[in-house]
Design a protein around this ligand. Structure first.
Ligand code: UDP
Length: 144
């Protein structure tokens, strides 16, 4: 399996619940390494730009407001099959339907406030990494 990189965002609801560390533990205990990370309070332009693909969807306005409602933690995760693995660890969009043991099942309250974002394809992962990180902000983990 290929080593991939993907974007993960701990959304404002989960940051507010003080569970950044618990969510990071899910990544690390599933073999994903954090190779870049930053806390950011998204501006309207940043939130709208990030979710531009959903611009025409009815929930777009609410999604943008939510993503601006507090700081987020943004990280690049690296590992075998990282894109799909992160999506598996996250659980499906609506926490009611998420599998037991997933981040969204354990930390999310609703379809909109659902704790985490994860890139949905390798192509989008690269776009999203470039959206938030300069190349020099992503590290080679020389000690493992
Ligand atoms: N979302 C929402 N209502 C919906 C669908 C999505 O509020 O009916 C929000 C939710 O926060 C979700 C984000 O929009 O995580 C992006 O939606 P997507 O379908 O890409 O889900 P994801 O890839 O995050 O599971």
């Amino acid at each position: 399996m290929a080593i991939e990189r993907t974007i993960s965002i701990v959304k404002p609801d989960a940051v507010g619940k003080n569970v950044i560390g618990k969510i990071y533990d899910r990544f690390e205990s599933n073999g994903l390494k954090i190779v870049a990370a930053k806390m950011k309070h998204l501006t309207r332009d940043e939130a709208e730009g990030f979710y531009a693909i959903h611009k025409e969807r009815p929930f777009f306005g609410e999604l943008v407001e939510f993503m601006m409602s507090g700081p987020v933690m943004i990280q690049v995760l690296e590992g075998e099959n990282a894109v799909a693995k992160n999506r598996e660890i996250m659980g499906v969009t609506n926490p009611i339907n998420a599998d037991v043991g997933t981040i969204r099942k354990d930390f999310a309250d609703s379809m909109s406030e659902n704790a985490v974002h994860g890139s949905d394809s390798l192509e989008n992962a690269q776009i999203e990494i470039n959206y938030f990180f300069q190349p020099e902000e992503i590290f080679v983990r020389t000690r493992g």
